[in-house]
Structures are given as C-alpha cells and as structure tokens.
Design a protein. Structure first.
Length: 147
C-alpha cells in the first residue's frame, strides 16, 4: 500500500511539473522573417533549420514541385490533427504542432525562396533543452508527405 501511495504522489508531482513547464513554454518561439531569413536556432539541440550553417541544426530545404509550393504544403498538412496553421503571409507559413501525450507545442515555419526554388523550414521546440530528434523527424515527415 505504501508503494502505491508513493507512486501516486510521484505521478501527481510529475503532472504538475509538466503543466508548469507547458505554461512556461506557452509563448511561440517562432521568429518570423527578418531580411529574407528565418530566425536562427538557439544553441540548444531542440531546433532545426534549412538556413542553419552548423551540423547540429541543419536540415535540407524542401523542394516542392508545382507552381504553388506553399499551397501544396498546406494541403499536405490540412488533415494532420496535431498541426494548426496560425499565420500565413505572402511566402510564409507558421504552424504549431502539439504532441499527443504531453501536449507540448513546437513551432514550424516555412519560407518560400522563389529565387532558389526551395521552401526553407525551421522547426523548434518551445521548451526543454533537447527534443530527442523530434523536430528533425518532423521535417523529414513533412518532406515525405510532399513526395
């Protein structure tokens, strides 16, 4: 009986901690577009970007066939329950992805580079130090949806 109460108390403490962490990370870390570029990733390994110059954060830009690459991306993500489009301007999309279990939110930004014929992408966790590769996997998942 004592073990069960200790375990229950531990779960309650964990749940409260997660709620506090979620609340602390509730603000977007999306940087928008400055001088034609997405915001750089922070030093933490919980962000990837096609505009990053270092191996830890770098991912390849998306090559999206067709005349309307951002519309193709919107179509590909339209039925994804974890993705919510929160901002759209000319050549720019900002999504928030919410994880199923803990309801953590990650920001995904896409910037059309017409001259290079690519869509730059940045995916970043709002909280924590490491994302255990979740943002890199998300970028590759989006890339696969566009094939």
């Amino acid at each position: 009986m004592g073990f069960a109460l200790t375990a229950l108390a531990g779960l309650i403490v964990l749940a409260v901690a997660v709620m506090l962490i979620r609340r602390a990370g509730a603000e977007s870390v999306a940087g928008g577009v400055t001088a034609g570029s997405l915001a750089p990733c922070p030093q933490r390994p919980n962000c990837v970007s096609s505009q990053a110059g270092d191996e830890l954060h770098a991912v390849e830009a998306l090559r999206v066939a067709g005349a309307e690459p951002l519309q193709r991306i919107k179509d590909a993500l339209s039925n994804e329950p974890s993705a919510r489009l929160i901002e759209e301007t000319d050549g720019y999309l900002h999504y928030v992805f919410t994880t199923r279990l803990w309801r953590f939110q990650d920001d995904v930004e896409l910037l059309l580079d017409r001259q290079a014929g690519v869509v730059h992408i940045r995916s970043a966790s709002r909280i924590g130090y490491s994302d255990l590769g979740a943002n890199r996997k998300r970028v590759e998942w989006i890339r696969d949806k566009l094939l």
